[in-house]
Write a protein that binds this ligand. Structure first.
Ligand code: ADP
Ligand code: MG
Length: 314
C-alpha cells in the first residue's frame, strides 16, 4: 500500500474499519456527528450534534501577531461553524488547553476571554474543560454540543443533479485577518434551513474547491462552478502574487462561509427573499457526471481539482 499522505486518507481508513452503531445517526464524514438519545424506543429525533476541532500555534495561528483573545474566539468559532454546517443550534462547549509553561497563565486567561466573548455572542454555555501545561507551544481543542432543529440536520450527502450550488459571503485571502475574527454563520444557516429545503451543506474551512469536493464525494454527484459568479473577498481581489484572485478564492480556505445546494426553485426564492444581510450567491450547478468543472466567462470548461488545505504526513 502507498504511504498515507494526508488527513483525509487517514480519516477514510478509520471510517472503513468502523461498523454502524445504533446510537450514531450521523457518524464520521460530516461536519458534526449526530448521536441519538432516545426518550422513547422509536424516538430518532432526540439527537445531540457533536463536533471537535484542535488548533495549534504555528499551524492554525501564530502568537504574535494573533492575540490570545483572537485565538480563543477562533477556537470556538470554528466549531460553531461546523454546527452551522449541519443547520443546528450550538448549546454548550468544553475546552481542553495545553498551555506553554512559559507565560502560559497570561496567554490562557486572554484566550478564555475570547472563548467567553464568542460563547456569549452565540448563547453557548462553557460547560467545562481540561488544563495542562507543557514545554510545547499552545494547543487548544474545543468540543461543541448542539441540537438539530425539528427539520433535522443537513448532511453533506444530499445533493442531487440539477441543484443550485449557493454560498454565503465571499472567498479568499482570509489569512489577512478574517481567519481569526470571522463570524460563524450560525444564524444564516438557521434562517436558510427555515426558508428552504437544504439538500446538502458544508462550511468552507479547507477551501471552496476542496469543500465542494466533500459534498460531491458524499453525494456521489458532480458540479459545474461558474467562475465569474464566485464572490471574491476584497483581500483576494487585491492579491498580487503567483495566484490569481480566483485561485485564492478557490483554494485559500478558512473562509468559514456556508456552501450548500438547493432546488433551483428554492434557490431563486432565497435570492428573492434575502433572509439575511450576509451576501448570498448562486455559484454553480450539481451534475450527474462525477467531475467538477470550472466554467470560465467565455464558456470554457476545465477540471477543478480539490484545491485547498490538507494536514499532511512526511
Ligand atoms: P471539518 O473540516 O468539518 O472540521 P474534518 O475534515 O476535520 O471536518 O473531518 C472530517 C470528518 O472526519 C469529520 O466527521 C470528523 O469527525 C472525522 N474525523 C477527523 N479526524 C478523526 C479522527 N481522528 N477520528 C475519528 N474521526 C475523525
Ligand atoms: Mg466543517
Amino acid at each position: 500500500m502507498a504511504p498515507l499522505q494526508h488527513e483525509f486518507q487517514f480519516i477514510e481508513s478509520i471510517r472503513q474499519k468502523l461498523s454502524a452503531h445504533p446510537r450514531l445517526t450521523v457518524g464520521i464524514g460530516d461536519d458534526a456527528a449526530l448521536v441519538n438519545f432516545p426518550r422513547q424506543p422509536d424516538d430518532r429525533q432526540s439527537g445531540c450534534l457533536v463536533t471537535v476541532d484542535m488548533l495549534m500555534d504555528g499551524v492554525d495561528f501564530t502568537v504574535p501577531p494573533a492575540t490570545p483573545r483572537q485565538i480563543g474566539w477562533k477556537s470556538l468559532a470554528v466549531n460553531l461553524s461546523d454546527i452551522a454546517a449541519m443547520a443546528g443550534r450550538p448549546v454548550a462547549c468544553v475546552a481542553s488547553v495545553a498551555l506553554p509553561r512559559h507565560n502560559g497563565f497570561t496567554l490562557g486567561q486572554g484566550m478564555m476571554e475570547g472563548i467567553a466573548a464568542c460563547a456569549e455572542r452565540f448563547g453557548v454555555a462553557l460547560a467545562g474543560g481540561d488544563t495542562n501545561t507543557w514545554d510545547g507551544p499552545l494547543v487548544i481543542s474545543i468540543t461543541v454540543l448542539g441540537e438539530p432543529t425539528s427539520k433535522g440536520p443537513v448532511l453533506r450527502s444530499g445533493a442531487v443533479p440539477g441543484d443550485w450550488i449557493m454560498a454565503t459571503g465571499s472567498f479568499g485571502g482570509s489569512i489577512a485577518g478574517k481567519h481569526l475574527d470571522f463570524t460563524p454563520r450560525v444564524e444564516e444557516a438557521l434562517a436558510l434551513h427555515a426558508a428552504a429545503n437544504l439538500h446538502a451543506m458544508i462550511d468552507v474551512s479547507d477551501g471552496l474547491a476542496a469543500d465542494l469536493w466533500h459534498i460531491l464525494d458524499e453525494s456521489r454527484v458532480g458540479a459545474i462552478l461558474d467562475a465569474a459568479s464566485i464572490p471574491l473577498s476584497v483581500e483576494a481581489a487585491a492579491c498580487r502574487d503567483e495566484k490569481t484572485p480566483l485561485e485564492h478564492a478557490l483554494s485559500d480556505g478558512e473562509d468559514f462561509e456556508l456552501l450548500f445546494t438547493v432546488s433551483p426553485a428554492d434557490g431563486q426564492a432565497l435570492l428573492d427573499k434575502r433572509p439575511f444581510d450576509t451576501q448570498l450567491t448562486h455559484i454553480g450547478q450539481i451534475t450527474a457526471a462525477r467531475d467538477c468543472l470550472l466554467k470560465s466567462a467565455d464558456g470554457n470548461l476545465t477540471s477543478l481539482p480539490a484545491l485547498g488545505w490538507k494536514h499532511g504526513f512526511k
